[in-house]
Design a protein. Sequence first.
Length: 207
Amino acid sequence: MSVILQASKRNIGSRGKLSNLRKQGKLPAVVYGYNTESMPIVLDYTETAKAVQKYGRTSVFQIDVEGKRVNAVLNEVQRCALKGHVKHVDFLSINMSQELEVDVPVVAVGEAIGVNEGGILTQPVRLLKIRVKPAEIPDHIEVDVSGLAIGDSFNVRDLNIQYEVLSADEDTLFTVTPPGVASDDTAGQGDDENQDIKATEAPESEN
């Protein structure tokens, strides 16, 4: 299902003009790609954030630019380096009949045996690259980790899914480390923050 986002064309302006747009609750963006010349646009920040949160960042969005609709996927989110607020987003226009490469979140389901034994489930790789038609892009890929004991790992090669996987076979998706082994990749800490747009974040002006 395509999600409609209302947008307006914008002129490429100064840094101050972009700041003013953000202060007004707007989100500067650009759409480019299939049958589309690079087009600077502006969207409502809150509406865009809610749509991404509700339908997922892998959804196909219909960008309605003053009555003309373009099928597109969220390609890049640019943030303020200091405060982390979203400043700008890129949408990639796509051909709905052609496959494309996308990064899809991987999530664990079940409770690993090793966790019950005191181990820690970690997730070194959080995104899986697949090739798929736009209408078939999944919100996420589930991995049953219930059979993992301490020291066990689940790699890309262990997946049994219907999609063409482009990530390297040896990439480790989940592993159970022994108690006391520190890791910054604890499963469930959240997916790639660079792609999240939170409706609770106030649009930030540039200083």
